[in-house]
Design a protein around this ligand. Structure first.
Ligand SMILES: Cc1cc2nc3c(=O)[nH]c(=O)nc-3n(C[C@H](O)[C@H](O)[C@H](O)COP(=O)(O)OP(=O)(O)OC[C@H]3O[C@@H](n4cnc5c(N)ncnc54)[C@H](O)[C@@H]3O)c2cc1C
Length: 546
């Protein structure tokens, strides 16, 4: 059952859920106008990776977008004198790559990249902790260079250009099984509120469930059921062909499969409910049984399904199932290294160094991101609120991009525009889109997931418990783990160390419900309710670092 906790160990993401409802003119929702000061990226000392508290979609970054969604009209903008060949909305890996590819195609001209966050990278953010006079790095968002299928020619080419040799670097920098060699194991924690007693049991994935759960505060039936689930060879869909079984599993959630077919006891289901949090950000009631068969979750062996993805599977599950995924690499700050590599290439002088290794410790000079004379400018704390053609879309030669920053609306013109921002935001920015496309984009929902990094002064408690990871199905944070040990031998100054000591928790803030055809658990928020209340969608990546 150790594979329960996700192929990619733990994905991390995101959520910052703010309850306020905004109304009135759009500027009223903007940092600066709303009272929250907008930090100036040109000011000395501006260095967002070292900020703690809620990161990612931090206060000040989402208010304008929410106001736009809630019907506020974009404010009259002051046209700026600068014009560009390309304006990119979003400085995540997509937006930064778009700038890279545009320039690689030997297109001359100027590029402006706008992002509403106070740092670049989108989901690929970097957290720095200053502890004991040293800097420690943690991924503030996306963790591994990783893909459900082997890298495409385009992705491979980009990695090569950035100097990232995934297999070679992963062998060099990652210290696999570091904690295991110290005798530290995985554990499950049962909390009193959910299970009746607080109890930590160690050896998850290493000892049989029957042994692991011997002292767990579960009913005898639940312990028996979970042990059975681990080993079962029963065909719970006997009488159906393999194709019919796959088709059926695609229409039910894993929760339904466990409850109605495997017939797990209620407290066994409670134990399983959050197994999918780390990878999907929702509970087992919101992930299809077929996808989890593809991921190797337990309960399916007796169905004797032939290998092979079907169109009924999500692309991610299908990819991992068919190919096992790509080679993987974990930098000390996760995929923020990729964002930093891209920015260093796009804006020479922003940081020292030339290699994928030396960028890890390079200090970026944020004051250089948006220089008037530079061919590529990256402007933070800037929320784009409107993108439209100048004149008739059929013949227009320019687009106008309106954005809000520091309480002021400005507009720039460009020959091209790439919307590398969140898909569900695009219909609000760009009402000119065809209705069918707007409807499709509106249907996308981000799963809320809170990911918290904590710098630890020491990790004695983990060592004395001999625990490196904890699955805690009833707790606010359903997964807790010490970060992977990564060292860049020979290139990392002594002042910079990577984990340990630091650890991360992750938890979906709202674990039930889903936006598509998957059934939800009785009593959970229903899909239709969520869909009919788009104003309730909140998503962002956040990271607390006390
Ligand atoms: C929770 C989670 C965990 C993941 N973990 C991994 C992993 O471990 N390995 C892996 O390979 N992949 C992972 N992924 C996938 C990977 O992180 C993403 O595919 C990738 O980072 C997305 O990059 P992007 O640039 O498309 O989007 P984003 O990173 O979201 O960037 C979009 C940017 O646009 C900004 N923006 C949005 N609207 C506006 C606007 N109106 N004006 C200005 N700016 C705007 C956003 O704030 C953001 O900065 C993960 C994805 C998620 C959701």
């Amino acid at each position: 059952m150790d594979r329960f906790i996700a192929r990619r160990d733990f994905l991390q993401g995101t959520l910052y859920a703010a309850a306020s409802t905004l109304s009135g003119p759009l500027l009223a929702g903007v940092a600066g106008a709303a009272g929250a000061p907008t930090p100036g990226q040109d000011l000395a000392g501006y260095y967002p990776p070292s900020l703690t508290g809620l990161r990612g979609s931090h206060p000040g970054s989402f208010e304008a977008a929410h106001a736009l969604r809630d019907g506020a009209a974009p404010a009259a903008a002051v046209p700026e004198a600068d014009s560009y060949d390309l304006v990119i909305v979003g400085a995540g890996l997509s937006g930064l790559s778009a700038a890279h590819f545009y320039r690689s195609a030997a297109r001359p001209g100027r590029i402006l990249i706008l992002d509403n966050h106070d740092d670049f990278g989108g989901h690929a953010k970097r957290n720095e902790f200053a502890l004991h006079g040293e800097v420690q790095l943690v991924n503030g968002g996306t963790l591994d260079i990783d893909s459900p299928r082997p890298y495409s020619a385009v992705a491979t080419g980009l990695l090569r250009e950035l100097g990232v040799d995934v297999p070679q670097l992963s062998r060099k920098v990652e210290r696999r099984h570091y904690y295991e060699k110290l005798g530290m194991r995985r554990a499950a924690f049962f909390d009193a509120q959910t299970f009746g007693a607080d109890k930590l049991v160690t050896g998850l994935g290493e000892v049989p469930m029957r042994t692991l759960l011997r002292d767990a505060p579960l009913t005898a039936q639940a312990r028996e059921d979970l042990a059975r689930l681990e080993d079962t060879h029963t065909d719970y869909l006997a009488g159906l062909t393999a194709a019919q079984k796959k088709a059926h599993l695609a229409t039910i959630s894993y929760l339904s499969f466990l409850r109605e077919h495997v017939k797990l006891a209620p407290d066994a289901l409670a134990y399983c409910q959050t197994l999918t949090h780390g990878e999907w950000g929702v509970g087992i009631d919101a992930v299809s049984a077929l996808d989890l068969w593809g991921y190797g979750f337990p309960g399916f062996k007796g169905l004797r399904l032939p290998r092979g993805a079907t169109p009924l599977m999500s692309p991610t599950a299908a990819g991992y199932h068919e190919t096992g995924g790509s080679a993987r690499l974990h930098f000390p700050d996760g995929n923020a290294t990729l964002a930093r590599l891209l920015v260093r290439r796009l804006i020479p002088g922003v940081a020292t160094g030339t290699t994928a290794e030396d960028v890890v410790t390079a200090r970026f000079d944020y004051a250089r991101l948006d220089r008037p004379d530079a061919p590529v400018r990256l402007r933070l704390n800037s929320t784009v609120v409107r993108v439209r053609h100048v004149g008739d879309p059929a013949s227009a030669r320019e687009v106008e991009v309106t954005y809000l920053r520091a309480g002021r609306a400005g507009s720039v013109r460009a020959r091209h525009c790439v919307l590398a921002c969140w898909n569900m935001m695009i219909p609000y920015l760009c009402p000119e889109l065809p209705a069918a496309q707007r409807t499709a984009l509106h249907s996308l929902v981000k799963a809320p997931l809170v990911y918290a990094n904590v710098g630890l002064r020491h990790w004695r408690s983990f060592k004395s418990l001999a625990v490196r990871e904890v699955y805690a199905p009833g707790s606010y944070f359903s997964n807790l783990y010490l970060n992977p040990k990564v060292t860049l031998a020979g290139t990392v100054p002594a002042a910079i160390r990577t984990s340990p000591p630091s650890c991360a928790w992750n938890a979906p803030r709202a674990s039930r419900g889903c936006p598509s055809t998957i059934r939800t658990r009785p009593g959970a928020p229903s899909c239709s309710r969520r869909r009919s209340q788009p104003s309730r969608r909140r998503s962002a990546n956040s990271c607390c670092a006390p």
